[in-house]
Design a protein around this ligand. Sequence first.
Ligand SMILES: Cc1cc2nc3c(=O)[nH]c(=O)nc-3n(C[C@H](O)[C@H](O)[C@H](O)COP(=O)(O)OP(=O)(O)OC[C@H]3O[C@@H](n4cnc5c(N)ncnc54)[C@H](O)[C@@H]3O)c2cc1C
Ligand SMILES: NC(=O)c1ccc[n+]([C@@H]2O[C@H](COP(=O)([O-])OP(=O)(O)OC[C@H]3O[C@@H](n4cnc5c(N)ncnc54)[C@H](OP(=O)(O)O)[C@@H]3O)[C@@H](O)[C@H]2O)c1
Ligand SMILES: *[C@@H]1O[C@H](CO)[C@@H](O)[C@H](O)[C@H]1NC(C)=O
Ligand SMILES: *[C@@H]1O[C@H](CO)[C@@H](O)[C@H](O)[C@H]1NC(C)=O
Ligand SMILES: *[C@@H]1O[C@H](CO)[C@@H](O)[C@H](O)[C@H]1NC(C)=O
Ligand SMILES: *[C@@H]1O[C@H](CO)[C@@H](O)[C@H](O)[C@H]1NC(C)=O
Length: 490
Amino acid sequence: MIVFSGQAMLLATVILPALAQQTSFNSGPEEWTTFSRPINRVAVIGAGPAGLQAAAHLLDANLTVRLFEKAPSPGGNWFYTEEIPVREEYPGTKYTAPEPQPAEYPATRYYAEGEGGISLDERWREHWQPRPVWHNLRTNTPAALTRLPGVHHSPDSPWWVSTHDLERHVRAFASLHGLNTNDKPLSPPHIPITSYLTRVEAIEKSNDAWTLTLRQLQWLPESHRLRADWWTETFDAVVVASGLYSKAKIPTIRGIGNWSTATENRQYPMIHAQSFRHPERYSGKTVLIVGASVSATHISRTIAPFAHRVLASTRANKYRDGYGLNILFSFAEKTEIVPEIASFEPLANNDEGIRAGRITLVNGTVIHGIDEIILATGYLTNTFLPDLVNPRKLDNLHWTGHYIHDPTLAYMLTLNKQYVAWLNSESLELGGQFVEPVPLETREIWSYFLNAHYKKDYLPHENWTRFDNLPFSEWPKPRSPDGEYKVVSW
Ligand SMILES: Cc1cc2nc3c(=O)[nH]c(=O)nc-3n(C[C@H](O)[C@H](O)[C@H](O)COP(=O)(O)OP(=O)(O)OC[C@H]3O[C@@H](n4cnc5c(N)ncnc54)[C@H](O)[C@@H]3O)c2cc1C
Ligand SMILES: NC(=O)c1ccc[n+]([C@@H]2O[C@H](COP(=O)([O-])OP(=O)(O)OC[C@H]3O[C@@H](n4cnc5c(N)ncnc54)[C@H](OP(=O)(O)O)[C@@H]3O)[C@@H](O)[C@H]2O)c1
Ligand SMILES: *[C@@H]1O[C@H](CO)[C@@H](O)[C@H](O)[C@H]1NC(C)=O
Ligand SMILES: *[C@@H]1O[C@H](CO)[C@@H](O)[C@H](O)[C@H]1NC(C)=O
Ligand SMILES: *[C@@H]1O[C@H](CO)[C@@H](O)[C@H](O)[C@H]1NC(C)=O
Ligand SMILES: *[C@@H]1O[C@H](CO)[C@@H](O)[C@H](O)[C@H]1NC(C)=O
């Protein structure tokens, strides 16, 4: 669960001013990083909640900002469309190799319908990748904490915010800061702040500056073609806010590739949760959901009123057995929980659906008569800039999101409460500096929300650490290595 106010905002308010004021960056009590040149031009990658906040703060600090977003509109994860992502890759299935980059920039290419065996619609979706949200998705985080500074949910907003309301909320924030789709200056030659439908293809540091390679896609309705433009722009600093949920994780179960190519009425019975949009498709059907986390349980509740039967294949894991949390209670009541899948037996035909197919479970039982399968098996690590840093493991990253070896690169990450709480607890025990704690009030909203909306006494007050329950001002002072008591406030 990612809460805007606890994480993205923390980053935006705490770190970015440091970047913006071109001050030295404090990475420890005595160590300072001095930028080798002034920071004037900053690129922000992604117009989701995190990137929009970063851009807004940098603009407030009078920096020259360029915000690049591959989607047609702001909103990030919350930009809902009926379009679905290009079909995910299944083991053993063929996929389209990425198109070679032009030899030099700038470059322009035109695509006609069906060129290279690819439809224009598919090229369009491949470029910006429709988001993994469904029509009646609601947040699993309370409205009071799932909001951006300066914009508000309506006073009668429920605790769970609909994906559509959250999309409007994020777009309102973009508009407030002049970052929305049509906020370009009316008269040229100004360079606009934001470029939508513009994908950052590569980022490279040379001669002390960052060069971004960009690709923009446009529909040319008169000639029914697509036009792609590539060019480069250079910057003093880059903020990556590209999100986490962009590549579906497909389990490597024996036979899954064979089943993934099966169709019925030109639809794939097997999909990943990222392509789930409406429950009506499942009316009267027997549906198997794979997974036991937030997507699996929410989708089961969404389709239960429509489906004939709902099965969920789950495996013993941390969600079921750890953290004192058993998530199985949040599946729809009619869900039949079955063990993990051992294999999908090869189908005889690939145009008659999967109903006749047989699925062997790890306990040896064979099930059949399944009409549809929804893989709610999560997402792979975001592979953006894989050589430099792994954003999920936080390797090489300072807790503020800066790349330690070169803090002119910063990540807007899901620095969650646990991470900050852990750093603070270690500091208290071992002597070190504090990072800003999550406000007490935020913790109280969380407890209230979880206890009221998930499970009674799910997260009682005693379960916070002893530090969590004290206001920051009352925390004991940590002892630094030289014997002095010190609290570093960021
Ligand atoms: C199904 C689902 C439900 C969720 N529910 C909740 C919830 O209830 N509460 C909650 O707090 N969080 C929830 N989340 C997490 C969600 O990711 C965050 O709420 C939030 O959207 C994170 O913001 P972000 O700006 O970091 O990333 P995103 O919102 O993902 O935005 C990243 C943006 O970067 C753009 N981008 C990526 N790569 C490039 C590139 N190379 N070039 C140009 N642009 C690029 C993307 O197009 C995207 O618009 C959910 C996630 C999913 C998948
Ligand atoms: N607002 C909402 O209500 C909402 C809805 C959906 C998602 N989200 C958010 O979106 C993010 C992703 O959630 P997610 O549920 O899509 O992904 P996830 O949390 O990564 O869960 C993936 C699930 O699939 C299981 N799995 C993977 N391979 C499997 C296999 N071969 N057999 C059986 N189970 C398998 C995993 O089990 P293991 O743990 O054993 O690997 C896990 O239960 C989270 O941040 C979540 O909060 C929010
Ligand atoms: C930005 O510029 C405006 C107008 O010149 C000025 O009032 C403001 O103080 C500047 N802000 C910062 C953070 O330098
Ligand atoms: C295996 O799982 C199925 C589905 O839950 C169940 O009906 C069956 O009894 C289980 N078999 C064994 C041997 O436990
Ligand atoms: C699945 O495998 C069977 C047996 O090898 C093969 O005949 C069939 O064409 C395959 N079906 C699909 C959908 O790939
Ligand atoms: C909360 O604390 C109680 C008592 O220490 C413990 O039994 C329970 O498992 C904890 N719950 C969570 C969610 O950590």
